[in-house]
Design a protein around this ligand. Structure first.
Ligand code: HEM
Length: 316
């Protein structure tokens, strides 16, 4: 009996998350089908929703767990932390919540909506379809001072240590950063790599493929303030909407965009993982969901903890 109870524990110790938690709880509505329908409709209008939701899951779940804290509006909330100012996708979460509240008020948490919506977006972006456990509750706390996100300049050791504190392995970490297979950043984020590497004026990161650096400096992010907001895809442009392993192939070519990406290849302790994922195209697709699931179960509230919000951007 004890052994069964232990086996029933999710990695985060969240015994009460379960598959199909909402089955039979929403007046005959299939909650997961509603989420999927809205995400699919959104995706056809706005393909980058895959990137928006993946980044949202990351910024949400690493700060006090996946608890809807990032969704709260108002002064001093998580949303106001500088790295969160460019997080997008709040509108699709709000639209799903509105529809589910119409069908069964007070039943489906905002935190579960985030996880389900990201899951559906990943599959639409070419990733694998996967099942997630639900039953998360929304936390009555959202405080900017809690927000401690990794920096783009992190070394591989710093990045793996950051995720290690959440119970994720180095392998999980390299898989999670594979989310940079979709989406974009801005020149302002990578200009230090191009023009003042290591704090030395004029220095370019020697870990960057020189021809790649040349193109960036000449055409994409010239060293003028007006280029700061120029969009830079995190993966090759043709692949920037696709959940695939091209990101890892770019790291092998020293064409990672963010320093924290390239550093995964520069460090021997994570390079082998990059090589494995780059050289086996199906492997990333099949393992990426496992890392997202682990992230989605870190520190969650369940049972009678927290609340089920009426709207996602305000506490009840
Ligand atoms: C060391 C860890 C990480 C760092 C330092 C980092 C940093 C960043 C930065 C600086 C951007 C660009 C933001 C901008 O210019 O507006 C970005 C974008 C993005 N990040 Fe990460 N990230 C990390 C890990 C992750 C993880 C674990 C995920 C998801 C599982 C993720 C998903 C994304 C996505 C999808 C985008 C593109 C967003 C868009 O196009 O709107 N990142 N990240």
């Amino acid at each position: 009996m004890v052994a069964v109870a232990v086996l029933a524990l999710a990695p985060g110790g969240s015994a009460q998350l379960q598959y199909g938690f909402y089955k039979g709880k929403c007046n005959g509505t299939d909650v997961e089908a509603v989420v999927q329908g809205i995400v699919r409709a959104w995706f056809w209008r706005e393909n980058p929703i895959v990137a928006y939701l993946l980044r949202m899951q990351f910024h949400e779940c690493v700060i006090n767990g996946c608890d809807g804290g990032l969704l709260i509006d108002g002064p001093g909330t998580e949303k106001t932390a500088p790295p969160n100012l460019s997080v997008k996708g709040y509108d699709v979460i709000a639209a799903i919540k509105t529809e589910l509240e119409r069908r069964c008020p007070g039943v489906v948490s905002c935190s579960d909506i985030q996880i389900l919506a990201t899951r559906d977006a990943v599959a639409l972006g070419g990733g694998a379809a996967y099942s997630v456990r639900t039953g998360r509750r929304d936390r009555r706390r959202s405080t900017v001072s809690d927000v401690k996100l990794p920096a783009p300049e992190y070394t591989a050791a710093q990045t793996t240590a950051y995720y290690g504190r959440l119970g994720l392995s180095a392998f999980d970490t390299v898989l999670l950063l594979g989310a940079h297979t979709v989406g974009a950043t801005h020149c302002s984020v990578i200009k230090p790599r191009l023009y003042s590497y290591g704090g030395r004026p004029g220095a370019t990161d020697p870990g960057m493929d020189p021809s790649y650096a040349f193109v960036f400096k000449k055409y994409v992010c010239p060293n003028v303030p007006s280029s700061d907001n120029t969009i830079v895809f995190l993966d090759d442009q043709w692949s920037a909407l696709k959940v695939d392993n091209q990101y890892y192939k770019n790291l092998q070519l020293r064409r990672g965009v963010l320093p924290c990406d390239q550093n995964l290849y520069n460090d021997g302790s994570t390079r082998w993982i990059v090589d494995l994922l780059a050289n086996n195209s199906g492997l990333f697709t099949s393992l990426f969901p496992q890392a997202l699931i682990k992230l989605s179960e870190v520190n969650v509230l369940t049972g009678t903890q927290g609340e089920i919000r009426k709207v996602c951007n305000k506490f009840n």
